[in-house]
Design a protein. Structure first.
Length: 146
């Protein structure tokens, strides 16, 4: 598979599976034995674990939308920098719904084998998310002289 084909697969996973919740796309483009490297707390490996994690995010942020800002590929690996946005309407990572709108910066590295995503390494700015939700004070809140 070419790097351009794999980039298109990653875009499709984000746009159709994550943003629209299309589980048929997950079945087609995520390997059954997918491995989540640096995965979300409580996320299990495998396609079903990834689908369950996406469902938890969509339950907490029903208007969830990931937007790719940059995307590069080399060999079978596609990297992207994206921002996800959503309104906190359900419990997430132990934080009760706040109704707050958030924007969270992330990076993902997806490894494709035979047209399917076999492994994902994800880095999400959890500290910023928790500060936006009010679960963790921001530096300005802890140092009012700023």
């Amino acid at each position: 598979m070419s790097t351009e084909e794999n980039k298109a697969r990653q875009r499709r996973l984000i746009e159709e599976f994550i943003n629209r919740g299309d589980m048929a796309v997950a079945e087609a483009l995520i390997a059954e034995d997918h491995v989540g490297l640096d995965s979300a707390p409580g996320q299990e490996h495998g396609r079903e674990g990834l689908k369950a994690n996406a469902a938890r995010m969509r339950a907490a942020f029903p208007d969830l939308e990931w937007t790719i800002e940059e995307q590069v590929a080399e060999g079978d690996t596609v990297a992207c920098y994206f921002v996800w946005r959503g309104t906190h309407q359900g419990a997430f990572l132990g934080v009760a719904p706040t109704g707050k709108r958030v924007a969270v910066r992330c990076m993902a590295f997806d490894h494709f084998v035979a047209g399917q995503c076999k492994a994902t390494r994800m880095l999400m700015d959890i500290m910023s998310l928790m500060q936006q939700l009010g679960a963790v004070p921001s530096p300005a809140q802890t140092n009012p002289s700023r």
